[in-house]
Ligand binder design. Structure first.
Ligand code: SF4
Length: 490
């Protein structure tokens, strides 16, 4: 049983019986030492592994919970000790994991952890002549799975309510839904006592579910309190409000505590029962059966070459602001404050603040993948690689997203309240008070003008670039900004 497959229903366990099956769980020292992990990420996975092992024991299984130098070493030790007739695992969640299991002679059964198996995604992709639009995939999923459908037509006559969901922050001082945090118990304390010294970030508060029961409680909270208002402000950012109406289900989904099918069922039921408006239900359904499964599919379709994609030739090492240097950029400080406190930031903070800064400043894609993978409670290679390489850093040249998600300070000003109290000015691109996003945006456009000139979706910014009368001054300021960024002084 792997640490991100913590569910009794996974294919390798669902028909298992204690009389014939012993369960092996390995805590790999090599994995723990492989990155500068966020404390809460490690806590979620290691605690959930322990709790699931305890549930299996309560059911009568013998569980060999083993600390070993590596997964491979743990497997060898287990084989020496118990001499099993055969070892079986479900297809793992990573390319390197699949290679390792094959090398070690582990029998691998087909994964049922997603609604669209990677072979089915490859079949869908194979019919599409290289154009893998998420929207097409999502509609295909809706049709074949039957979610939010009236016969062959989408419920309400529309496939997509996204245009209704891009509102700036609301002006009122409303109360946002509060997820329940669980009190830490003895298992939490045991895990926390064994975390590696290099881990960073605040100590867990019980916010992230570490058991199936807690994950189901979180899902119930989402359906009752979040889903009815989900959507309209999902792209907004507020300095004093980190949750807004986000579901925070991803950490549970990504380690198997929840199955995407039960989340989709819950959304469907709430909408049919009149407890969630269609626009909200559709918005969340798109994230769960659309985006999430699409990202999973492209990871497997394009690996292993995809991890080396870097068409913009971005070579900058990860700037120190991502690993703790203070910054006067208020939007960046807010997003990174959330990462430090909870191992989490919402999708627009990830894409349009943290990712955008990395894109504009030319951070090397693999460095960004590694950082995001290690720093977020829901991190995994299959999630972060397509989101960073394809969506955020445009390192695949548009295979996944047809245009780069690059933006200057004007976008962040419109979608947040950060700029009001910031040391920088979003409308200025030169001078010491110029917003770094605005300066770097124009320098980025100038640097890649030849590439973007042939992309019709970039025609407007390229025209804007041609209208700039102060490009030399922008370039000079950009050089200063990048120097300050590298020094951790921006
Ligand atoms: Fe961020 Fe620029 Fe706004 Fe400051 S002015 S908060 S750096 S977008």
């Amino acid at each position: 049983m792997l640490g991100d497959q913590l569910n009794r229903g996974i294919e390798s366990l669902r028909d298992a019986h204690p009389s014939t099956t012993r369960v092996l769980v390995v805590r790999s020292a090599a994995k723990l030492a492989s990155k500068r992990w966020h404390r809460q990420r490690l806590h979620v996975v290691l605690t959930a592994m322990r709790r699931f092992a305890a549930e299996l024991r309560a059911e009568g299984f013998e569980v060999d919970e083993r600390d070993a130098a590596s997964l491979r070493a743990g497997l060898s030790e287990h084989r020496r000790r118990y001499r099993p007739e055969r070892v079986v695992a479900m297809e793992p969640m990573s390319w390197s994991g699949l290679e390792m299991l094959a090398r070690e002679g582990v029998g691998v059964v087909r994964s049922n952890q997603f609604l669209c198996h990677r072979d089915d995604f490859a079949g869908w992709a194979g019919d599409r002549d290289g154009r893998l639009r998420m929207e097409d995939f999502y509609r295909w999923q809706r049709r074949r799975l039957g979610y939010l459908m009236d016969g062959d037509e989408p419920a309400g006559g529309r496939w997509n309510f996204d245009a209704d969901n891009r509102l700036p922050p609301p002006a009122d001082d409303r109360d946002w839904p509060r997820p329940k945090a669980a009190a830490l118990d003895e298992v939490d304390r045991q895990v926390l006592a064994t975390l590696p010294g290099g881990a960073f970030g605040d100590t867990p508060t019980g916010l992230w579910p570490t058991s199936r029961r807690a994950a189901l409680d979180r899902l119930a909270h989402v359906v009752d309190d979040v889903l009815p208002i989900f959507g309209p402000h999902e792209d907004a950012m507020l300095t004093d409000e980190w949750r807004l109406a986000h579901t925070m289900l991803s950490s549970s989904l990504n380690i198997g505590l929840l199955h995407p099918g039960e989340v989709a069922d819950a959304i469907e039921d709430a909408n049919r029962a009149g407890r969630a408006p269609l626009a909200s239900a559709e918005g969340l359904m798109r994230q769960v059966i659309g985006w999430r499964e699409y990202v999973w599919g492209v990871y497997w379709l394009w690996m292993p070459g995809y991890r080396d994609a870097n068409v913009l030739e971005a070579r900058r090492p990860l700037p120190p602001v991502y690993t703790g240097s203070p910054t006067r950029m208020r939007c960046v400080a807010s997003a990174l404050g959330g990462v430090e406190a909870r191992g989490w930031a919402h999708h627009i903070q990830r894409l349009m603040v943290l990712g955008n800064l990395a894109l504009l400043s030319g951070v090397e894609p693999q460095a960004m993948v590694e950082w995001m993978w290690a720093s977020f409670v829901d991190g995994a290679e299959w999630v972060m690689l397509p989101n960073v390489v394809g969506m955020s850093l445009h390192a695949d040249g548009g295979r996944m997203a047809t245009k780069p998600y690059a933006a200057g300070g004007a976008y962040i000003r419109r979608m947040s309240d950060h700029c009001r109290g910031c040391a920088y000015r979003p409308g200025e691109r030169t001078g010491e008070r110029a917003c770094p996003f605005t300066t770097l945006y124009w320098e980025f456009m100038a640097r890649h003008e030849a590439r973007f000139a042939t992309n019709h979706r970039m025609a407007q910014p390229v025209r804007g670039l041609h209208r700039l009368g102060d490009l030399d001054a922008v370039r000079a300021r950009a050089a200063e900004v990048l120097e300050l960024l590298d020094a951790g002084e921006l």
